[in-house]
Design a protein around this ligand. Structure first.
Ligand code: RNT
Ligand code: ZN
Length: 419
């Protein structure tokens, strides 16, 4: 039997089994088809970018590992993302950082970036049926230090305000040309290593900077602000904490970005979804896997990701949720890392879409808590993977573990030739 036929047979059996529980598996497949993931370009090159070759990654984040094959130029980033996208079923987006501009070998400082530096990315996205998202870059720059938008010095703040407004304008151009609003995510590392006695000052500086940044109205941008617990070397204080940005997002009707690695180690992100969605129109996610700290390990299908997906689906909020990935593991094949994390996120969403929710809700409403728990347990073992394989084949992507050999081939033919 061909792979396609095997996959179809398993899918048909799964459809019948799900139907017994009142679940329409074909509808779940359709819903998953509508979900675009935003692939983070920085997994290809360990967050280096192309502003100044060999520049040090700063801002309290770190990519560890030195697996060969890192992308060395924009062409390689593009081909790596194309390869990854071919193994991730569905239509997706790519998230760029300001340091990934096509600067043509020129020194273009952060307060000088323009849409023209990203035109080749926009053209490429168009050719490949991708949409784009954007991020201002506050780290890895001589003016980064410990503070940027919250700095005591007005000139430093003004520099970063200018950078961020320009970044949003670039996002606007992307959204306009590609016919789909671009998410602009703002994350700054501002904080301090040791005790600070001027928390209020820094936070009010950040708020004032943000007010200036967002005073510029851009029709093709969806704005998001990303909080964090701490950065390495900046352990005692983070200006942009969760409370800070949650307040800001709610007050200004923009999105809060929830990065799964940005909370206390045992604090889960999923429980925040149904609260935030009552106060802001949309949310943005950075799907990540913190191991002991915000380590940015490759996303896998773990409870945290599954619970997150369940909460989004149960709140009927897929259309209000912008799902970006955010990790940078330099210790394994980087394209493989993309594929593992993206497929894990899709598998979580699919499991959530296949949940026998009507029956579960009925149990809950009736106070049948044993029945609810039992069905939740049984649902874990239903054949969602047969449905996922079908989704892959339907989209022309290799099912199950078959993508491993394709990544191996790319490593042999392409990555191993990069020194
Ligand atoms: C850092 C944030 C941020 C970055 C990217 C590169 O802790 O998670 O989202 O990872 O902007
Ligand atoms: Zn993040």
């Amino acid at each position: 039997m061909s792979t396609e036929a095997k996959v179809k047979k398993a899918y048909d059996e799964a459809v019948a089994r799900y139907a017994e529980l009142g679940v329409d598996a074909a509808k779940a497949v359709e819903a998953l088809q509508q979900v675009s993931l935003s692939l983070h370009c920085w997994q290809t090159d360990d967050v280096s970018g192309f502003e100044n070759a060999g520049g040090q990654l700063t801002g309290g984040i770190q990519a560890t590992g030195s697996y060969p094959g890192k992308a060395r130029n924009i062409g390689e980033v593009k081909s790596d993302i194309e390869k990854a996208a071919s193994l991730i079923p569905g239509r997706h987006r790519v998230s760029l950082h300001a340091i990934y501009g096509d600067f043509g070998g020129q020194k273009v400082d952060r307060d000088q970036i323009e849409p023209k530096h990203f035109q080749s990315w926009i053209d490429w996205a168009k050719e490949n049926g991708l949409k784009l998202d954007f991020n201002s870059t506050s780290f890895s720059h001589p003016k980064s230090g410990d503070m940027t938008l919250a700095h005591r010095d007005r000139d430093v703040r003004e520099f970063w305000i200018e950078h961020t407004i320009r970044s949003r304008r670039i996002a606007d151009e992307m959204g306009k040309q590609l016919g789909a609003k671009a998410c602009h995510n703002l994350w700054v590392h501002d904080g301090s290593k040791d005790i600070t006695v001027d928390r209020y000052l820094y936070r009010s500086n950040l708020k004032t900077s943000l007010d200036k940044i967002f005073a510029v109205k851009l029709p093709n941008v969806k704005d998001a602000v990303e909080s964090k617990l701490f950065g390495t070397g900046l352990e005692s204080f983070t200006v942009g904490s969760h409370e800070f940005y949650m307040g800001y997002a709610v007050q200004n009707g923009i999105m809060a970005t929830l990065d799964m690695g940005h909370f206390h180690p045992t604090e889960e992100t999923y429980d925040k979804i149904s609260s935030l969605l009552l106060y802001t129109p949309e949310i943005m996610l950075h799907v990540s896997r913190p191991v002991r700290w915000d380590s940015d390990h490759v996303v896998i299908l773990n409870d945290s990701v599954l619970q997150l997906a369940q909460e989004i689906v149960r709140a009927d909020a897929l259309s209000r949720t912008n799902i970006g990935l955010d990790y940078f593991d330099a210790s394994i094949n980087r394209i493989g890392a993309y594929v593992i994390g993206s497929r894990a996120t899709q598998k979580a969403l699919l499991q959530a879409l296949l949940e026998p929710i009507a029956l579960l809700r009925q149990y809950e409403a009736n106070g049948q808590n044993f029945e609810r728990l039992a069905l939740l347990e049984e649902a874990k073992a239903l054949s969602w993977s047969a449905v996922y394989d079908y989704f892959c084949v339907k989209n022309g992507a290799l099912p199950a573990e078959e993508y491993i050999k394709e990544i191996q081939r790319y490593e042999k033919d392409v990555l191993s030739k990069r020194s």
